[in-house]
Design a protein around this ligand. Structure first.
Ligand code: SF4
Length: 354
């Protein structure tokens, strides 16, 4: 049984008068008409008809896309009243929305509370003021601390979205943003590498040479470091990278090489590689030549994970397997499952013990 499912409601750009350099909300929400009428009943009934019995343990209705609290109060209430009906009837469990840090105040939060909203995600992107300025965000980082505090004080679940590779960003600044996020202690977070898409200022900057997107490898490395900071602090990282369905790409409208449809797996596999390698480097693994454990020149090491983390351990298209073969010649590796291990945990054990 699926534990958690989301009824996605895409609210186009109409909620946001800003022009962040990276954003073409119409592309991201895969919608072409900002003025398109959103019919929550229709969206809900279409989605609910696809659900199997029993229903997921947690069913959320999530308003994605533009900055929800930037909509007129009438528009917000139209959507929220429709969503609340499903929550009041027990059809959904939570109402989830995303907005900008500078579109939060007491009046807005009172209204969201009155309509049963549970989760508010803030599109923070960076805690570095220079990055925010160069990205056209229209606010500085101070507002993030204040709005986050208010959201938590009201008892909402707080989410924070970060981006890597924005104009002016560096690996150090990206990790700083992750560390500042930990200080705020949201319950959930997302990490998005910056993607250059059509009809954005970022594309002009890219074409003029003013902006260079991250290579895929750089994006994976930086996102990995951010992920580790958030994960170690116990923050639930609900998304890493955009899904292909988030972007219209059939016309080749993505520039640079930063986008990958399975970006999260690339990041988690790289983390797995680091964790495994930390057990190999700096110590001669049991069974390695000269360790005296095996009495053989062809030691065999078992690398273990549980089933859920197995594909991360192997790596995308066997990338980690190839990496260890190439970098540790003379050692045979076996990739094995141990369901007693927690998720994202990998252990290396000599298999040539008596
Ligand atoms: S605030 Fe959000 S929706 Fe508005 S332009 Fe920026 S990224 Fe796009």
């Amino acid at each position: 049984m699926k534990k958690h499912a989301i009824i996605p409601v895409f609210i186009p750009h109409e909620g946001c008068p800003n022009d962040c350099v990276f954003c073409n909300q119409k592309k991201i929400t895969a919608r072409t008409h900002a003025e398109e009428k959103i019919n929550i009943d229709e969206i809900a009934s279409r989605y609910l008809s696809t659900l199997n019995n029993p229903r997921p343990e947690i069913l959320e209705m999530a308003m994605y896309g533009g900055s929800f609290t930037g909509l007129s109060i009438e528009k917000q209430n139209e959507y929220l009243t429709a969503a609340k009906k499903y929550k009041d009837n027990g059809i959904i469990d939570r109402i989830h929305l995303s907005t900008r840090p500078d579109y939060i105040n007491e009046e807005i939060l009172d209204n969201l509370k009155a309509h049963g909203v549970d989760i508010i995600e803030l599109g923070v992107q960076s805690f570095d003021d220079e990055v925010l300025k160069l990205s056209g965000r229209g606010h500085d980082s101070s507002v993030v601390y204040e709005s986050s505090r208010m959201i938590k004080d009201y008892g909402f679940t707080l989410g924070i979205q970060l981006m890597a590779g924005l104009p002016g960003d560096t690996p150090e600044k990206a990790v700083y943003s992750a560390r500042e996020t930990v200080k705020i202690a949201p319950s959930i977070a997302r990490i998005y590498p910056t993607i250059v898409i059509e009809d954005t200022k970022l594309l002009d900057m890219y074409k003029s040479g003013e902006y260079s997107p991250l290579s895929l490898d750089e994006a994976v490395e930086i996102s990995k470091d951010m992920y580790n900071v958030l994960f170690d602090a116990g923050i639930n990282i609900i998304r890493v990278g955009l899904k292909s369905s988030d972007i219209i790409n059939e016309n080749g409208e993505i520039y640079g090489s930063t986008f990958h449809p399975a970006f999260r797996q690339l990041v988690e596999s790289r983390i797995a590689r680091d964790k495994i390698e930390a057990q190999l480097i700096g110590q001669k693994p049991a069974g390695a030549p000269g360790s005296g454990d095996c009495g053989t020149d062809s030691p065999v090491l078992g690398i273990y994970s549980n089933s859920r983390s197995f594909s991360n351990m192997i790596g995308m298209r066997g990338a980690n397997r190839k990496y260890f073969e190439e970098n540790y010649p003379g050692i045979k590796f076996k990739y094995l499952k141990d369901e007693k291990l927690p998720d994202y945990s990998y252990t290396v054990i000599s298999l040539c013990l008596p």
